[in-house]
Design a protein around this ligand. Structure first.
Ligand SMILES: [Zn+2]
Length: 482
């Protein structure tokens, strides 16, 4: 009996040591998993560069322009032409023959987060890993919508570092800290994930702003504007995926936020997962609906679809999050060479961990299968109703890998009935237009930024061919080790 007691104690101690060691291992901020060094990536951009005989994917028309020559100078596509190549160019600049290959514009992910997307708790090194991953997968711009474990000042610094080319990252657009009701989403979730009780969480550090009737919205929104943020994120959530009821901002407050934000040219993104919340967000006039309805199949939503079409309210479906429980349960992504190719080692290692996956699964409280089914079917309804769509994968969530998930999101949207051309547009020219930057991004055209994916196969034939990446160029820089 005594022996057994010792044995139990020994096992418990070993187990606790294992768990502690495990988390220490994931939290290790010194572990170097970045693959690209900014100095080498940005160090020697050739002044000019010639890509010859390449097939250009025209995302506007869904057609191919075959055997084109592309001359890039100082990060901009200066000339696209066919026929013989003048000696003046081929003698002066590096030439790369891309016969039989395809180029498409860099992707724009309109709903992203700066977390790893593996099962790693959020930390600073994870944000840099996430940014590098987006870039390596050919995402040229991410619109980040807040995140756990950091706030808008951190985001501002990252935006600055990207501009100064101190880090390897796509262009970063961002909302500031998220607006929610007292006790609203995701306060409970943060507590659960960090193990800190709700009343002890430093919400400002965590990037959450609690809004009530007394809050000075003008001041809060002005601060975000001054920090260089591009939008505001509001949580319109009365219970994730039909989970237990939680407090939510009133439609009136959301309407006020939209009004003040609009005056300051800030875009308002609404997080919704329930039909009633979705309807209130539309009534309040938000500019982008993030996620989709997951608690039920949409009923009598036609008037809301009409409003979205007429008022140009966009929709980022984030279908990838519907697959989180499935990914966590099976870690099926580990069989995908495309995931293994560009994701950080640390991300991959976290996904291999059965223990962490088990922990994650135990935290998923809703009926995951019906949420998945509802989200996919509601996507079909939105799409068939002609609601304008911007691709957004919600990367940075557990198992939603930065960059990788943008490609999977395209796949999911096409599986939901979207044409390949529409899916590609939603990730390139449509968001470029939405952001007012169609003159410099979103398609392969003269005068636009040299940000593109060089592919082995034609994505117009099969959207999964966006995953046949041979090389990625962002703003004239090849993203690879030299
Ligand atoms: Zn999100």
């Amino acid at each position: 009996m005594k022996y057994l007691k010792f044995l139990v104690i020994a096992v418990v101690i070993l187990f606790l040591a294992g768990v502690a060691g495990y988390f220490a291992w994931f939290h290790n901020p010194y572990e170097h998993t970045l693959q690209l060094d900014p100095v080498s990536v940005y160090g020697d951009r050739p002044e000019g560069f010639l890509l010859t005989n390449v097939n250009i994917v025209d995302v506007e028309s869904g057609t191919l322009s075959e055997a084109q020559h592309l001359f890039v100078r100082e990060g901009v596509i200066e000339d696209i032409f066919t026929g013989p190549i003048p000696d003046s160019l081929s003698n002066a600049y590096p030439v790369m023959d891309a016969s039989g290959k395809f180029i498409m514009p860099a992707l724009i992910d309109m709903h992203a987060h700066l977390n790893t997307g593996g099962l790693i708790p959020p930390d600073e090194s994870g944000r840099l890993m996430a940014l590098e991953q987006y870039a390596r997968y050919g995402v040229g711009l991410v619109y980040t919508l807040g995140g756990h474990g950091f706030n808008q000042e951190v985001t501002r610094d990252l935006i600055q570092k990207q501009k100064n080319r101190e880090i390897v990252a796509p262009l970063i657009y961002a909302t500031g800290d998220i607006f929610t009701a007292p006790g609203g989403y995701p306060i409970e979730m943060i507590s659960m994930m960090s193990g800190v009780s709700v009343d002890k969480i430093d919400l400002a550090e965590e990037g959450v702003i609690v809004v009530d009737d007394e809050t000075d919205l003008v001041k809060l929104i002005s601060i975000q504007k001054e920090l260089g943020m591009n939008g505001i994120k509001v949580m319109v959530e009365t219970g994730l995926g039909g989970g237990p009821e939680i407090p939510r901002l009133s439609t009136e407050i959301i309407r006020n936020i939209v009004e003040i934000a609009s005056e300051q040219q800030l875009t308002v993104f609404a997080h919704v997962t329930r039909q009633a919340d979705f309807e209130d967000a539309i009534d309040a006039g938000v500019h982008v609906i993030g996620h989709t309805v997951g608690d039920q199949l949409l009923t009598n939503a036609d008037s809301y679809f009409d409003k979205m079409r007429e008022n140009h309210i966009y929709y980022t479906p984030t279908l990838s999050i519907a697959y989180i429980p499935q990914y966590v349960a099976t870690a099926e992504v580990l069989d995908d060479p495309f995931m293994l190719k560009y994701s950080s080692e640390r991300t991959v290692r976290s996904l291999r961990s059965w223990l962490v996956r088990k922990l994650m699964l135990s935290m998923i409280e809703f009926d995951a299968e019906s949420v998945l089914e509802n989200m996919l079917q509601n996507f079909v309804l939105f799409h068939e109703a002609g609601v304008p769509v911007l691709m957004g994968a919600d990367a940075g969530n557990p198992s939603v890998m930065p960059g990788y998930s943008a490609h999977r999101e395209l796949e999911y949207m096409v599986a939901g009935g979207m044409s390949v051309t529409d899916a590609l547009r939603s990730a390139t020219i449509d968001p470029a237009r939405f952001l007012g930057h169609e003159d410099r991004m979103g398609s392969i055209a003269e005068g636009k930024s040299a940000s593109f994916l060089l592919l082995e196969r034609n994505p117009l034939e099969d959207v999964r061919n966006t995953q046949t990446i041979e090389r990625v160029m962002l703003e004239g820089y090849w993203l690879e080790n030299k």
